[in-house]
Design a protein around this ligand. Structure first.
Ligand code: MN
Ligand code: MN
Ligand code: ZN
Length: 282
């Protein structure tokens, strides 16, 4: 079962694999650099080989990455958009070096300039990134969002539109975040609700595009458009939604990754992983 959590790279990227293994992850997500800084020291050859060796040893696969929170390729500010594109390129290079399968990316915020324009700028950025990374294996996974503020990607249609405007559509994947889609207005509290939401996803985006699932319960109510993650089963989504994703065969091969609140000892992650595993048994 591909189940894991977002793990810290403090003290070295390979540490995420060690602590992931300790709490029983079979897949993990990492930031390949600090998530709230633009600049990063390049990865050294020994860091890369250590990471690859640890991955073999721990058998944690796939490892996915998440992009920096500063990045906004939908920005109408040309400087910020360029800076974002260049930062994403560096992240793709780091992912490729580490053998990471997907870089999860927030589509971006239009900052008051309208959804159409924002979506166009995202596709522009993706086209440029693809042109700069011709034979890369790592793929960008566009993450569904809660639609907070002027964030794009809160409707499956918006994700599909970004993909349609991107020349190398085949190189794009999608990351579905349970908290985000719920806050955005997809009711996944019941099995029937999940079936409906995922049928819609399949029709509009295509289930074949779904490569990463973020497992988060939601502090805020259905349709609130507010993004606040809660422990599994303790939020407004509840256990039935997660049971659906844990047991439906279509999601078996898709990494499911927690981004729920953390403590220093990994106890919260272990609790959430145990809650999820129990859903499969009964
Ligand atoms: Mn995210
Ligand atoms: Mn997420
Ligand atoms: Zn979130």
């Amino acid at each position: 079962m591909l189940l894991g959590s977002h793990m810290s790279i403090a003290g070295g990227v390979y540490n995420a694999l060690i602590s992931g293994k300790e709490i029983g992850c079979t897949t993990i997500q990492i930031f390949t650099k600090s998530n709230n800084q633009w600049k990063a020291r390049p990865l050294t050859a020994s860091e890369i080989s250590e990471f690859r060796a640890k991955q073999k040893e721990t058998q944690i696969s796939p490892v996915v990455a998440h992009d920096s929170y500063l990045i906004n390729v939908a920005s109408p500010d040309k400087n910020l958009q360029t800076k974002s594109m260049e930062a994403l390129l560096v992240e793709l290079q780091r992912c490729e070096a580490l053998g990471i399968s997907h870089l999860v990316m927030h589509p971006g915020s239009h900052v008051g300039t309208g959804e159409k324009e924002g979506i166009k700028r995202i596709a522009e950025a993706l086209n440029w990134l693809h042109s700069q990374t011709k034979d890369y294996k790592v793929q960008i996974a566009l993450e569904t969002t809660a639609g907070q503020g002027t964030n794009l990607g809160y409707r499956f249609e918006q994700i599909a539109e970004i993909m349609d405007l991107t020349e190398q559509k085949k190189r794009l994947a999608v990351c579905l975040d349970t908290c985000h889609i719920f806050a955005a207005g997809y009711d996944i509290r019941t099995k029937a609700g999940c079936q409906k939401a995922m049928a819609e996803f399949d029709k509009i985006v295509g289930l074949d595009k779904l490569k990463v699932i973020h497992f988060n319960d939601s502090v805020k109510d259905f349709g609130s458009k507010v993004d606040r993650h809660e422990h599994i089963g303790k939020g407004k989504i509840g256990l039935e939604g997660f049971r659906f994703f844990m047991t439906d065969k279509r999601f078996e091969k898709i990494p499911k990754i927690l981004e729920t609140p953390k403590d220093d000892e990994g106890k919260f992650d272990q609790m959430n992983l145990a809650t999820l595993r129990k859903l499969v048994k009964n």
